[in-house]
Design a protein around this ligand. Structure first.
Ligand SMILES: [Zn+2]
Length: 407
């Protein structure tokens, strides 16, 4: 196997304690996980000279190819095991194998951050804003009320704003793309909440400046950015002073200098996932690190995701194109149609060209009708043209760019 090691010296911003915990986890992985038995072959974890940077990187493609070889032996069918999936909006979803104990550790760490910065939230109801079709009715888990909001028709917007107002939550949380749908809905029907929110937590996805500004304006409260990935959970959490603090009990973070462009590439390792270890994982995100102490009193280093582009937003809205079309296409797939690949071009303020790679080209008309019907709930003024194509060119990174703006 090719061993991809770093050619430059990365900046490891995690504490020595965190690195030591990770090396211990890596040693266990070398003993118990078939993938790491091979990739860590020859690495002597008993030697004090063995450093984190001696370990090879892990890529998404390797995780995908390794399948259950990257899971601790005996854990696939273990009763304590839980399966999760990455979103797959930019590729094939990864299947993640976790133990309930690990999930609990991840949840506790996130709650500690929330409680540290927003101490009043622990015992107050919060609303999780979701796009899931499965949650038609409100569902309640502990203190969190889950509401589905992915429909911008005015009657639907009024309805879910009424639901949120009824519960008088102290805080909201959700993926920034879906919080943007909610805020966009509030803007369109010109309505605000009737009570004061303590904060709104933007969960995991890239929070663009335009989106943050709209959320702060519509929700009229601080926005706390929670940065993480499905694979590693929380990486950093924003304090009320606007600093994204590294979650030093969850991950080990390395910043790698890029040959071109600004920002650093993040290589991240999970300190808690032993069942399916992510060690020196090239997550593909660009980050920056800060210096000095933060006025909030936390000594955890700063780690700020970096590099989102405003060309990801559908022109004339704050809606994230990739996300909106991912949800629309998922609805069409659930209706039984087969779409192998797709790409949406915005050609004017309300005009879009949709290219589709189809298993059965005769299904084009049916899919187009369904697409237009589903899109009406979120882009009511849009008109679409459809074209069946043989293939869609991937970008240099090998991914298909789902949404392309060419106004
Ligand atoms: Zn701070």
């Amino acid at each position: 196997m090719m061993r991809a090691t770093s050619t430059t010296h990365p900046q490891v911003i995690s504490s020595e304690k965190a690195v030591a915990r990770l090396l211990n986890l890596a040693r266990q992985a070398q003993e118990q996980v078939p993938f790491y038995q091979k990739s860590f072959n020859g690495i002597d974890f008993t030697s004090p000279l063995t450093a984190l940077t001696d370990l090879p990187f892990l890529t998404k493609d390797q995780v995908r190819a390794a399948q259950q070889d990257i899971v601790k032996q005996g854990m696939i069918d273990h009763p304590d095991t839980v399966l999760e999936y990455t979103s797959g909006s930019t590729g094939i979803p990864l299947k993640l194998v976790r133990s309930r104990t690990e999930l609990m550790k991840g949840a506790k760490s996130l709650w500690r951050s929330r409680a540290q910065f927003f101490p009043d939230v622990m015992f107050t109801p919060g609303v999780q804003v979701s796009a899931s079709e499965l949650i038609q009715q409100e569902a309640k888990t502990d203190q969190t009320i889950i509401l589905s909001a992915f429909d911008l028709r005015p009657d639907r917007v009024e309805q879910y704003l009424d639901q949120i107002d009824y519960h008088k939550p102290a805080w909201l949380r959700g993926h920034p793309a879906i919080l943007a749908v909610l805020a966009e809905g509030m803007r369109r029907v010109n309505r605000r909440f009737t009570h004061k929110l303590v904060f709104v937590e933007s969960n995991s996805g890239w929070l663009q400046d335009e989106t943050r500004d709209l959320l702060a304006e519509m929700f009229d409260c601080p926005i706390a950015n929670h940065y993480g990935t499905r694979e590693t959970y929380t990486i950093a959490y924003e304090c009320p002073h606007g600093t994204m603090h590294l979650q030093d009990d969850m991950v080990v973070a390395e910043l790698h200098t890029r040959e071109e462009g600004i920002g650093h590439e993040l290589v991240v390792s999970s300190q808690i996932f032993e069942t399916m270890p992510f060690i020196r994982y090239r997550v593909g995100d660009l980050v920056e690190s800060g210096t000095g102490q933060c006025a909030c009193g936390s000594s955890a280093p700063e780690l700020r995701p970096f590099g989102g582009r405003s060309n990801e937003l559908i022109e004339g809205t704050v809606l994230v194109g990739t996300y909106v079309f991912h949800v629309l296409v998922t609805k069409i797939l659930k209706a039984g149609y087969d779409i192998m690949q797709y790409q949406v071009y915005q050609t004017g303020l309300d005009t879009f060209d949709v290219q589709l790679v189809l298993a059965d080209p005769t299904s084009l008309q049916g899919i187009a009708d369904r697409f237009v019907k589903e899109a009406a709930s979120i882009l009511p003024n849009a008109s679409f043209s459809f074209q069946a194509v043989d293939h869609i060119e991937p970008t240099r990174g090998g991914k298909v760019q789902v949404f392309v703006k060419c106004l």
